[in-house]
Ligand binder design. Sequence first.
Ligand code: BEZ
Length: 201
Amino acid sequence: MKLWYSPASPFVRKVLVLAHETGVIDQLDLQLVASTALDPDPALSSVNPLTKIPTLELEDGSTIFDSTVICEYLDTLHQGEKMIPEGEARWNALVTQSIGNGIMEAAVGVRYEQALRPAEHQWDVWMNGQFAKIDKALDVLETWRGARIQDIHVGSISVACALAYLDFRHGTRDWREGRPVLAQMLDTFSQRTSMMETRPD
Ligand code: BEZ
């Protein structure tokens, strides 16, 4: 299977961390791609009409995206502890994943605004709105009563990758202030091999 990826993308990292945690990482043939909305990669466009990473290309030529669906697919390929559990825990894990994904979307959106848009056209009001959304989501996660975020499942993986991305691209903002549970969670999570092997440099 070919995974179209960029190491900087938190959505890619979520997929890679899950692949490490489930032991399917060796089945992935990593295809590095640099594609932006301003300069979409034609080869990626030919397999995913949205030209987005991560995209998973299967041996039969079919493709799977987005990161949430790829995680679900990879979780079917192993016999170990499921990252998307069954029963009550399932919905908690999936909603936790959604919150992590939402933080990533907002944080990546601001990153694009800052990196791609000329400074004189950058929209501070919009960026502040994205950061407000991130702060609200972090406050909810700090006292989260759903799936235990310190356990290993698709939700905690998503949150860990979102927090690590905030450090990576928005390191001047101190999201740890007043959020000791999340700070501890990321410290612990970051020591896992899956996180260490997927650090964007
Ligand atoms: C980044 O450089 O932050 C980035 C790259 C690809 C996808 C998302 C984010």
